[in-house]
Design a protein around this ligand. Structure first.
Ligand code: UD1
Length: 413
């Protein structure tokens, strides 16, 4: 049985890694049985939506991902051009490899593009095509101005198997008329990855590189690290408009006067900082993880620009931060799992469990509301919480279901 797995952009890699690992584990387990089930051949396709060393390659090494079987190398372009180019190149791969299952993860352009190709492809005159599985199905921000929301809705309505991370996902899909037998509440593969990587992340040297190792807990520090917060911003609605971007920066500046804020910058955001002439609002704008701020000894107050970080370095920084301020989807979930207070500078979240059961608080993008949310989160005691099924086993549940469903389809055909 062949399962094709698609990755394309940075947030896909940590969702796919646990699936590949669960397939390896299942194959090893089955080979030991007296009547082993058919082994699964995993076939990894990288669309190349993200392609830089820091946005893609470093994740392969950090997550011990195998080299992709196929690289489509599509690169950056407008939404329509990028989606169309992925579809054009991917169609040839599906027709040649004829997988039994196509697995797409998350909500990026690569997700919807590959699902759309598979939904319309036929391997033979009987109309055979791969089963389409969507991992992280059902999340809804109810904001169609987000490209990701469009990708989610379309992908979910094309998929044959929908794997959800939280109960709201199941409810959204049922409300949209998707048959309940297609939906499986399995947990969160990104959390599988986080739980499997925590120890490795502790071995990261990033705290030492940034001179944030304290050596002793106390004085408001977290587990031997000096006190700092972490900021990430990349959403077009937040950084592609100068006024909005500026309002967000003004909202976090008060915190930065008493606590250094580390800001690993996404390429889109880096471009905007230059274009809008905002460099002077940051302590160090060299784009390097030099981390010595202005005094070369201990990171000073202010917002410190860093280049994009690898998975383990970023996880290490999240684990020790006093707070994370972000507009990312995945980071809301990761901070919930780590028990780190999170302020999400968006009006909505497609991941409501991070607010109801986790450590997340929505602030919107007005400076005042961001300041209030930061103040409230500063007073909050970090607390560990694990939403239902976020137990590190989501990928093995998914692989078992895929194997069973694909086997049934193959038997019928
Ligand atoms: C994409 C996803 C978003 C996800 C984000 C994580 C979609 C619609 N959006 O947004 O959901 O949260 O990835 O980063 O799929 N660039 C580089 N190097 C790279 C990749 C991109 O420099 O390796 C630059 C390019 O100039 C590009 C810009 O970053 O124009 C944005 O990249 P793009 O893939 O279009 O979307 P993201 O904003 O990264």
């Amino acid at each position: 049985m062949k399962i094709m797995i698609i990755v394309g952009a940075r947030p896909n890699f940590m969702k796919a890694a646990p699936l590949l690992s669960a397939i390896r584990t299942r194959n090893a387990r089955e080979s030991g049985h007296s009547a082993p089930a058919e082994s699964i051949h995993a076939y990894l396709v990288h669309t190349g939506q993200h392609y830089d060393l820091t946005m893609s390659d470093s994740f392969f090494s950090d997550l011990a991902l195998p080299k992709p079987d196929e690289c489509l190398a599509v690169g950056s372009a407008s939404h329509a051009m990028q989606t169309a180019e992925i579809m054009r190149r991917f169609e040839q791969v599906v027709l040649r490899e004829m997988p039994d299952v196509l697995t797409v993860v998350g909500d990026v352009n690569s997700t919807v593009a590959c699902a759309l190709v598979a939904a319309k492809i036929t391997y033979d005159a009987g109309g055979k095509r791969p089963l389409i599985a969507h991992v992280e199905a059902g999340l809804r921000s109810f904001d169609r101005s987000m490209p990701e929301e469009v990708n989610r809705v379309v992908t979910d309505h094309l998929a044959d198997l929908l794997f959800t991370t939280e109960r709201s996902g199941m409810e959204n899909l049922l409300r949209e008329g998707i048959a309940s037998e297609k939906i499986h509440f399995v947990g969160n593969t990104m959390i599988d990855c986080l739980l499997a990587s925590k120890e490795n992340a502790e071995r990261s040297t990033i705290l030492a590189q940034l001179r944030l190792r304290n050596g002793h807990p106390g004085n408001g520090s977290r587990n031997g690290a000096r006190r700092y917060a972490l900021l990430t911003l990349h959403r077009p609605s937040n950084v592609d408009d100068r006024d909005t971007f500026l309002r967000i920066l003004q909202g976090v500046e008060e915190l930065s006067s008493s606590c250094p804020i580390l800001f690993p910058v996404h390429p889109r955001t880096a471009k905007r900082i230059t274009e809008y002439g905002l460099e002077s609002r940051f302590v160090s704008a060299n784009g390097q993880a030099s981390g010595n701020g202005s005094n070369g000894h201990f990171m000073s107050a202010g917002i410190h620009l860093l280049g994009p970080l690898g998975y383990l370095d970023f996880l290490c920084l999240m684990q020790h931060a006093v707070m994370v301020i972000t507009d990312s989807g995945g980071i809301q979930e990761e901070t919930t799992c780590l028990g780190i207070p999170c302020v999400t500078v968006r009006e909505n979240t497609e991941r409501p469990v991070t607010v109801s059961e986790g450590t997340n608080m929505l602030s919107g993008t007005s400076s005042d509301r961001i300041r209030l949310a930061i103040a409230a989160q500063t007073r909050r005691n970090p607390s560990l919480s694990a939403p239902e099924m976020w137990d590190g086993q989501a990928a093995s549940r998914i692989v078992d279901i895929l194997a069973e469903k694909a086997c049934k389809v193959m038997t019928v055909q």
